[in-house]
Design a protein around this ligand. Sequence first.
Ligand code: EPZ
Length: 416
Amino acid sequence: MQKLKIRGGKPLRGDVRISGAKNAALPILCASLLTAETLTLRNVPQLNDIGTMLKLLAQMGVTAQRDGETLALNAGSLDNPVAPYDLVKTMRASILALGPLLTRLGEAKVSLPGGCAIGARPVDLHIKGLEAMGATIRIEAGYIHATAKRLKGARIFMDTVTVTGTENLMMAAVLADGRTLLENAAREPEVVDLADCLIKMGARIQGHGSDTITIEGVATLHGAAHAIMPDRIETGTFLAAVTATGGDIRLLNTQPGTLDAVIEKLRDAGATIASSADQISIAMHKRPLSINVRTAPYPAFPTDMQAQFIALNTIASGTAVVTETIFENRFMHVQELVRLGARIDIEGNTAIVHGVDKLTGAAVMATDLRASACLVIAGLVAEGETLIDRIYHLDRGYDHIEKKLVALGADIERCN
Ligand code: EPZ
């Protein structure tokens, strides 16, 4: 199994180009199921999760042509509305095929995603919303079986803000009969990117980016071309890394406006940050100050940046309080950081991080995608050598991160 070997202590310098966003690309790939015409996507990241989604779509009958970061998808011969357990168990975002299949073909059989390292993560709100639109749904042998002649517009209040739930129901509603209102909807930029793509395909959507989205159903959608938005979590990960290691970097092909909460916290830590339309420059030449963080739905501080900020706080001056309000089990990285010499106490959904003067390299293990990014940042800071195991987690959501870090002067390599 591949590992990452990092020799820490070097500042990061230079330019890094940000890739397309995983969490925008995954629902947008599923949007191809909504039309018989070709959807052409640019800025598609090179990630294992994208590969898994393409496998899932291919076995449904979707054809795909890839040329670097450009992907042409066609669901004209869609004939198998099934998302099998073997694929869904490797990537719970496969649930995003449910809404599009049901609204396009009137039937869908999608495996329930099952448990996850960071929390229970049920999909009850996805199912409840589809039932409100008139779908008949039964759960049998671990599968969601859904049927509907044609979904009907409905008013749907989601009592918890859910990103993929909002995306699934929005995709189901675009071909439904009548108007759908999604209330307490997710406001994440990835939801907006999906809506922008659907509108280019002929969908009628308003209010995306707010907590109330209105969709007027149409009979059919057509083909379109769309560029996937830059990855704000990849951007945030590099910004947190340089704030921890010190240095000066420039992030290209990014979208600063999607990271206000993160940038504000890094400025509080002492970083100097300047941004323009699609670039961010950051400089850090002193020990960071500890920063308190509380995760919540967008536009508040993203849970997908929590682990990286815990890594940053391990060597900051002072004590930080980090509260996780979205997922009930998202501190798996803490005990690995303690192996590097960090001092962190956990009390319920709060981590109290006591900044130490230095971390020392050791062998550690990644447990999920963002936990692995956290360990990379800690390894870049730690004295000596850090060896990170189970980096397949990292490859699911970061496009060649070690190549990008080497270009910024880091001493990092993949090894067996
Ligand atoms: C999306 O997951 C992201 N994944 C996650 O990113 C991200 O952490 C999360 O949103 C929150 O921002 C993708 O977009 C593919 P939720 P999602 O539904 O949609 C509860 C990463 O690292 N809930 O918004 O699955 C749920 O248990 C990944 O890139 C229900 O109770 O998250 C959680 O506590 C990790 N019932 C809360 O809502 C439901 O039906 C928010 O989850 C749905 C969700």
